[in-house]
Design a binder for this molecule. Structure first.
Ligand code: TMP
Length: 209
């Protein structure tokens, strides 16, 4: 029994905390859990992540950016995600294809047909079984980010309008496939969010067991 779960949200939504708590909970329940993040998650992907995140790379075009995110994903899917799924494990990924649709599609306005083709090529058509989306007000997301300026990356330099489009994009995608998406209010207490996420995952695990 394998399961592929991804975590999405605008920057500052608290995704990484929930990611860690869910991994711990599933491990406590005795499941074999593997964790990855995008961009990165492999030796090659981590080098690509540095390029993508480096605030000095101001001249990076949207086209170069999407190819780099896709290259990192292609490596991660083949080197890490598919082998672990084939082994019957649960794979959790901090960001995946829907970040591309939200940031490069709704945010950067790149062509969706092209993004779908490229994403399909990079992932061998692998889609998440569940997407946990942490929905946070953009103002609050920007405020949280501003409190840790040392952690800012190249994408954090985009303005409010960009993030509002990204957030709208996530919500639109979630609405079109409610059976695959779990929308979580990221303003809620951490323990409450975690309970909601774990309940949904444990329900899925009972179903696939
Ligand atoms: P994070 O590792 O802190 O979540 O930062 C990743 C950044 O990269 C975040 O701003 C979202 C962005 N991103 C994209 O724009 N497209 C993508 O396909 C992925 C995976 C991330």
């Amino acid at each position: 029994m394998s399961l592929f779960i991804t975590f999405e949200g605008i920057d500052g939504a608290g995704k990484s905390t929930q990611f860690r708590l869910v991994a711990e909970r599933l491990q406590q329940l005795g499941y074999s859990v593997c964790c990855a993040r995008e961009p990165g998650g492999t030796a090659i992907g981590d080098q690509i992540r540095q390029l993508l995140h480096d605030v000095k790379n101001k001249e990076m075009t949207a086209e170069a950016e999407i190819l780099l995110y896709s290259a990192s994903r292609a490596q991660l899917v083949r080197e890490f995600i598919l082998p672990h799924l084939a082994n019957g494990e649960i794979v959790l990924c901090d960001r995946y294809a829907d970040s591309t649709y939200a940031y490069q599609g709704y945010g950067r306005k790149l062509d969706f047909a092209m993004l779908r083709w490229l994403t399909n090529f990079a992932t061998q058509g692998l889609r998440a079984d569940l997407i946990v989306y942490l929905d946070l007000d953009v103002t609050e997301g920007l405020r949280r980010k501003a409190t840790s300026p040392e952690a800012l990356n190249r994408m954090d330099q985009l303005g409010r309008a960009f993030y509002e489009q990204v957030q709208q994009g996530y919500l639109e995608m979630a609405k079109t496939e409610p059976e695959r998406w779990l929308i979580v209010d990221a303003a809620a207490p951490i323990a409450e969010m975690n309970q909601l996420i774990c309940q949904r995952i444990e329900k899925m695990l009972r179903f696939v067991a």
